[in-house]
Design a protein around this ligand. Structure first.
Ligand code: MN
Length: 300
């Protein structure tokens, strides 16, 4: 079995005009990926029928991700903001359904921003309530909802695997999963192996990114540990490469994510390198597992 591999659209383009969509989708297919992750932050800029047709023409699967803002924050005690966030998420679900997407995730449980203080139980309850409703809406179309816990500077609600698992318990819907991003785990977790394995079958989506969000292998993340855990837990889900550079700017995302530096300028070189890197790491982890089982048998 081989996991589906995806790449984030911001490797190719910061906009989604028909020309930009074609460039991103055809490049994703040419680089050998199975799936493209499309940012759904601004529903008005996505032509649903056009996107669906281009995905089909290139035989690509798709997932949609976004982060809420303080204006439409469902992790808030302000019911007007919660209502605005609910509306954004339902629009994003419409887009996901319309383009034939299978997954809607990201920082959808609250604002993707640095909060001035910790969350409150009332704000958390509002967030849980909206995500539960979103999940129930999504279930009818077989769409999975993913909660991407992020570092402390981008959320005050979900920063770790355990916080996300606890939140999932409160939501109580089977089509809501943990979306793990190793860039964020590298900041907040003690390591990678134990937290990933603790997710068990609640792990539904993985973002692979380097510690500096550039080329895989050029930073400090222990990818042997990451891919070893994914193989050992028999993770079969999507693995999406995420990388950002000032060379490709999305007016909605680049400033929020603090993409100030130029870490690469050739998206095709970056994306093909990343796919090769991820597949090699998976193969090596499978090999280590087989050899581990064999040596256990010899010892036994
Ligand atoms: Mn991510």
């Amino acid at each position: 079995m081989s996991n589906p591999f995806g790449v984030h659209a911001l490797v190719w383009t910061g906009g989604w005009s028909p020309e930009e969509a074609e460039h991103a989708i055809s490049s994703t297919a040419a680089a050998g990926y199975d799936l493209i992750e499309i940012p759904a932050l601004d529903p008005s800029r996505i032509d649903i029928a056009d996107t669906r047709d281009r995905l089909a023409a290139h035989g690509l699967r798709t997932s949609l991700t976004l982060g809420l803002t303080f204006d439409n924050d469902i992790n808030s005690e302000d019911l007007a903001r919660v209502a605005a966030g609910r509306s954004t998420l339902m629009s994003a679900l419409d887009i996901t359904r319309g383009v034939g997407g299978e997954y809607l995730g990201g920082v959808i449980f609250g604002a993707m921003d640095k909060y001035p203080g910790p969350t409150t139980s009332a704000a958390r309850a509002n967030s849980v309530s909206v995500i539960k409703e979103l999940a129930q809406e999504a279930a009818g179309d077989g769409i999975t909802i993913g909660l991407e816990f992020v570092n402390r500077y981008e959320s005050n609600l979900l920063n770790t695997v355990q916080e996300t698992l606890d939140y999932l318990e409160l939501v109580g819907e089977d089509n809501v999963v943990v979306h793990a991003d190793v860039y964020h785990m590298n900041i907040e977790e003690d390591g990678f192996r134990e937290p990933l394995m603790r997710c068990g079958d609640r792990l539904g989506y993985v973002h692979i990114g380097e510690s500096n969000r550039g080329y895989l292998g050029a930073g400090t993340i222990d990818f042997d540990e990451v891919f070893g855990a994914l193989v050992d837990m028999d993770y079969q889900g999507v693995i999406t490469f995420e990388s950002f550079s000032s060379a490709v700017v999305d007016p909605n995302m680049s400033n929020t994510l603090a993409i100030w530096r130029n870490l690469w300028s050739d998206g095709m070189d970056l994306a093909t390198h990343a796919l090769g890197y991820m597949k090699t790491e998976m193969d090596r982890a499978r090999d280590r597992r087989v050899r581990g089982v064999e040596s256990d048998l010899e010892l036994g």
